[in-house]
Design a protein. Structure first.
Length: 238
């Protein structure tokens, strides 16, 4: 019960993300079994890739650069960076943990809007497969991001028992910690950080230091370009 109370925001957000997909699948009981077989796997992978790219764009240009009518989202994200910064990157304070996950109703709303648009173009099995990838990527993000900020979490202790997964998780944590230190790099959270790599904002690991257009040297200082101009998020975090 103590774990439920401490992590209830994560649990609620995850349930709210998964429930709409289950409801949509229930509308098509005859086609649901095809979602995870054959061509459905390709559509699921496309859903994951789409969400990976969407996360980058939303994080970089809405949460950091700011959009005129969505300034509240930017301010909320700025508070997140201020709360989890430096020696306070992780915590066990329930009041701080409650501020990590997204608002529970945002993803279900976006998911249903995507369903309405996709249903105009695709048959139910393809839509359900695509949205399953979207939900999988989003819930993975919420869970792994949440525990990235929990001090000595049981989740990470379990993950580190699996050698390959341990390496991926360590890279994910290093990548996200770098983003909190230098907020105009490393916007993707889930591996493989494909959009960060493509747009040269991936700055974790020696092999990438010279390729990252926003890192000036081995200390990975902000170069003063991009998001650091126009009194933007980076300037406000210093």
């Amino acid at each position: 019960m103590d774990a439920w109370r401490r992590h209830r925001h994560l649990i609620g957000t995850s349930i709210a993300a998964i429930a709409p997909w289950i409801g949509l699948a229930a509308l098509y009981p005859d086609t649901a079994p095809r979602v995870f077989s054959g061509i459905g796997i390709l559509w699921l992978a496309l859903g994951i890739a789409y969400t990976h790219a969407f996360e980058y764009a939303y994080h970089r240009w809405v949460m950091h650069r700011g959009v005129k009518f969505l300034r509240g989202i930017q301010r909320k994200h700025l508070d997140h960076h201020r709360l989890f910064h430096g020696d306070h990157f992780t915590t066990r304070d329930p009041s701080a943990l409650a501020k990590i996950t997204g608002q529970w109703f945002l993803f279900p709303t976006a998911l249903l809007l995507h369903y309405a648009m996709l249903r105009l173009l695709l048959a139910p099995p393809e839509v359900l497969s695509f949205l399953a990838g979207v939900v999988l990527d989003y819930v993975t993000f919420e869970v792994t991001h949440y525990f990235a900020h929990v001090t000595e979490s049981r989740f990470d202790r379990l993950v580190r028992r699996v050698p390959l997964v341990r390496g991926i998780r360590d890279l994910q944590l290093a990548h996200h910690r770098r983003h909190h230190e230098t907020p105009d790099v490393d916007f993707n959270f889930n591996p493989p950080f494909a959009v960060d790599v493509a747009l040269k904002t991936f700055c974790v690991g020696r092999l990438w230091i010279r390729r990252c257009g926003r890192c000036r040297d081995r200390s990975l200082q902000v170069s003063g370009s991009g998001e650091s101009r126009k009194g933007s998020f980076v300037a406000n975090t210093t």
